[in-house]
Design a protein around this ligand. Structure first.
Ligand code: 6GU
Length: 223
């Protein structure tokens, strides 16, 4: 899979992809991530890519021209399955959205900043819009990093133990059951006995009960 991210703050997108699972996915050539600085696509001598909004009001708006230039160049080089704009005024990201995107070949992610992008970008160039939650971030870069992480870990082969991603919270619309590791007793706190029993059907049953209980208590809206 190839992911191209367009941003005005490329620095914000360096470190998130240089560690752990995503780093290994890149090393295994299961994903390629290319960051594009929107300022490289303007003819403005000050490299300015935003302007005041028509009609007045606080906040700058990213202009269509550099975005169009950048997306057009990428599209001339390969076909893209989706051109995604990350923005708070969009449908929410869910595990099911990430599952579907993890099967794509090439995607572009456009990140907004300030007041967002000229609406014509959204009408003409964007094929899908995603918000990562009902709160506002200073820019779309961290949202893009979250989106990429959730997609990349699902690409077949990225997580060694294939069942690991399948038993995540949300993969079956339930929260995960509690997990424990050594020591079995810490300052008088015991690990649930069933987990030490070696009876795997009992363990599965316990985990499912716990997942249901936690979902009921913490996120009843999922049931
Ligand atoms: Cl995608 N961008 C910004 N700026 N804030 C957000 C968001 C995106 N998703 C939730 N909040």
């Amino acid at each position: 899979m190839r992911i191209d991210i367009i941003t005005v703050v490329p620095e914000l997108l360096q470190s998130p992809f240089e560690h752990s699972i995503i780093k290994r996915a890149k090393e295994k050539a299961l994903v390629e991530i290319h960051i594009h600085n929107l300022r490289d696509y303007t003819n403005n001598k000050y490299r300015q890519v935003d302007d005041y909004q028509f009609g007045g009001g606080a906040g700058m708006v990213l202009q269509i021209e550099p975005i169009d230039k950048c997306i057009s160049k990428l599209k001339s080089e390969r076909n893209y399955d989706e051109i995604i704009y990350v923005t708070p005024d969009a449908p929410l990201l869910t595990q099911s959205v990430s599952n579907k995107l993890s099967l794509k070949e090439n995607i572009i992610i456009l990140t907004g900043h300030y007041k967002g992008v000229d609406h014509r970008v959204r009408e003409l160039l964007i094929t899908k819009e995603i918000s990562i939650g009902d709160y506002v971030l200073s820019g779309g870069e961290l949202a893009a990093a979250v989106l990429c992480d959730s997609i990349i870990r699902l690409i077949p082969g990225v997580i060694g133990d294939e069942t690991s991603a399948l038993t995540d919270s949300f993969q079956d619309d339930l929260l995960s059951p509690p997990v424990y590791t050594r020591p079995a007793n810490y300052k008088g706190l015991d690990v649930p006995a069933v987990l030490l029993s070696g009876n795997f059907s009992k363990i599965d049953e316990w985990r499912h009960e716990q997942a249901l209980k936690r979902t009921k208590d913490i996120r009843p809206d999922l049931l």
